[in-house]
Design a protein around this ligand. Structure first.
Ligand SMILES: O=C(O)CCC(=O)C(=O)O
Length: 309
């Protein structure tokens, strides 16, 4: 009876979907955004790419530091982008002499990181979206969620770089104590194996040993810092990573991503782009402590943006 009452009070998710999310660490909700909403976000993304001025751009590439002799992106343009809308290029968009090879619209890897505040279309889809609010109430992942950052990931045709295996909470950027990151990932175009759909290691959020985290380095830039066992998120000593599952999806679907689940996406080898809009929520202070070493720090102009205020 109690669980029946709990289910009846759910607005958007079923209890089965909630259980699936907790079991696998991710959940795909088909058609969460309708066609008009999805097209609006896609068109707005293309408009932003058309409008930005490449002549004053520092040609900052989004690098995950996995290629030989490459470092994770960490220049001023990146580090101070938390309260702005900035454009990061694909690694293969610039040649060894620092010249852009392709038109700027086909060169951008991602747009970030304050679309959810500064851009009216993305703000409407995120902060002003009653369905997102209802979903958060159903999921109860956070007590008082803040949207920390937002991005359009363009995954350009032919040169769209791979995103290697990672989780969002400790290894990437959004470390809170206790860990609380939750990703919302919305394909704006069809996502297939060929153009770099996401894949997940289902259940990996439950038993992962965390050994390193991504930080702002004291000497400048960004990099990984080893965690001592007492700082690490608990997991099994003998770690086994469950096999990856590809999650193809369609424009307007919503993929929820637990902050500790392992996921990745392949290079776009197709002739079609794979635009996706994504934003991440954390538990707001004081219910979780936001770590001062995280690369993205709230600013006076843009403090934590709480979903329910
Ligand atoms: O869009 C992608 O290819 C990767 C997205 C991702 O890994 C993330 O949002 O955490």
């Amino acid at each position: 009876m109690a669980s029946q009452q709990a289910s009846q009070s759910l607005e958007l998710l079923s209890q089965r979907q909630i259980d699936q999310f907790h079991k696998n660490g991710f959940l795909c909700i088909p058609g969460f955004f309708n066609q008009e909403e999805t097209t609006t976000l896609l068109n707005r993304s293309r408009q932003l790419l058309h409008d930005f001025d490449i002549r004053s751009h520092p040609l900052t590439k989004f690098s995950t530091g996995t290629r030989e002799n490459s470092k994770h992106v960490g220049d001023e343009y990146f580090l101070n982008s938390g309260d702005k809308i900035r454009f990061f290029l694909e690694e293969d968009a610039v040649d060894s002499r620092g010249t852009l090879i392709l038109p700027k619209e086909k060169s951008v890897n991602k747009i970030g990181h304050a679309l959810h505040v500064l851009d009216p279309a993305f703000n409407a889809a995120t902060m002003q979206n009653d369905r997102i609010k209802s979903l958060c109430k159903d999921l109860k992942f956070h007590h008082n969620p803040s949207v920390l950052q937002s991005m359009v990931i363009c995954k350009q045709q032919s040169i769209g770089g791979e995103v290697p295996e990672h989780n969002d909470s400790p290894e990437i950027f959004q470390y809170t104590d206790p860990p609380s990151a939750l990703g919302f990932w919305i394909p704006l175009e069809e996502c297939t194996k060929e153009n770099g759909a996401l894949s997940f290691s289902p259940g990996s959020h439950l038993n992962r040993n965390i050994t390193k985290r991504f930080v702002r380095l004291p000497a400048g830039g960004t990099g990984f810092e080893a965690l001592t066992p007492s700082e690490g998120v608990s997991g099994n000593a003998e770690e086994t990573i469950p096999p990856y599952e590809l999650v193809p999806c369609s424009p307007g679907d919503l993929v929820l991503i637990h902050g500790s689940v392992l996921h990745k996406s392949g290079r776009n080898t197709s002739t079609r782009t794979r635009f996706a809009y994504t934003f991440h929520m954390i538990e707001s202070p004081p219910d979780a402590v936001y770590d001062e070493k995280n690369w993205l720090q709230p600013t006076a102009e843009m403090p934590f943006t709480k979903l329910f205020e």
